[in-house]
Design a binder for this molecule. Sequence first.
Ligand code: EPU
Length: 432
Amino acid sequence: MEKLVITGGTPLKGEVTINGAKNAAVAILPAALLINGITTIENLPNISDVKLLCEIIEELGAKITWVGKNTITIDARNITSTRAPLELTRKFRASYYLIGALLGRCGDVQVGMPGGCKLGARPIDQHIKGFEALGAHVEVGQGNITATCKELVGTNIYMDIVSVGATINVMLASVLAKGTTIIDNPAKEPHIVDVANFLNTMGADVRGAGTDVIKINGVEKLEGNITYSVVPDQIEAGTFMLAAVASRGDLVIKNCTTKHLECISAKLLEIGAHVEELDGDTIHVWCDKRPSKANIKTLPYPGFPTDLQPQMGVVLATAEGTSIINESIWESRFQYTDELNKMGAKITAQGKTAIFEGVDSLYGAPVCATDLRAGAALIIAGICAEGTTEVYNLEHIDRGYENIEEKFRSIGANIKRVKEEDPNKNLVEMSE
Ligand code: EPU
């Protein structure tokens, strides 16, 4: 078992470079199966969710070659199976994008019921509604989803709930459908726009991604041999912005899209931190005093992202005064608050609301990452805390952040990954 050991108390300082977006990458990889050709994908985050997806895609007959740490080619000329290995697809959420992609290309697909972080109920009714509206027959049972169709025909689809996954899945299924598909009330996150850009680079005709209506004119075929670079990760960039403020540090964050960070910058300015846009892809964030309280409500883009809520929670845990966070997307995204309370925070969470009574400082303790973003939050808390923090359950964190401890170490954090070899806790160092 691995854990991170962090000795806190040092403000973060320096430059950090952001990787490609996890939530775009995990949709673009399945989207590459729509094409009877070879795709090169650059700026791909080297994280466990991406590696798992590559493994599944290879099981379906496509050939994946890593041509660099963050670049792969996918040769999807030969798809030999539309039945994805159930035990692998059940391990994470984004496996549901194989449904849209394989339905679009082959008219047949089976995946295990998608897993992912335990953030509360994670229904997929809007995905199914979209596939059925396009003419697919969908069956859910025994932990699997099977979808088949003779052909898909474009139609108008109104999303009852703003859903990232359902918006992308319907886009994937409809690019090769007959006629025009209109998605009303779609999600507008940067990764939605990025997937649409990727599809359009392959020759699809997707218009309006990032607005209130997406229109997809079905095309007969997509082009082969394209190269595409994944958009920078809004959430990773936001994680470092919040880490700079929580640690009273000073960070220059490179390779991010500053436009996507406006919702975070606005809140940081409100609580007394400093944010300076250096150019369209570099942002400078620093904080020289205790920030003031704030009220936050998570919302779909361009609102404050739920995927930065736990990291913002760490900032508010030591802010001046009492703050309130209202989580409007996931029912169980306050599990990290119990862990922060073990480090001296004073947070009361009930249902979708948490009240943060700001304390002067946190102290180190052993804590567990309950999900991916909770894990990032606990690392930041450990960096800010007095004394030593041990963060367990690193598999959650490795799903979504590439080289997280190396990145934090390069900006001054005292953090190392160690392996506990036996129950007597003899520690063997893994990295420093
Ligand atoms: N929802 C439904 N029915 C559906 C789909 C969603 O009721 O068919 C509800 C959900 O229960 C939730 C809300 O709609 O309350 C939004 O869910 P959404 O579908 O947007 O979430 P998702 O596609 O499952 C993606 C990200 C999450 C991120 C959310 C919200 C991926 C692989 N995951 O999940 O990322 O929190 O959008 O932005 O893209 C993370 O990266 O840590 C993470 C959890």
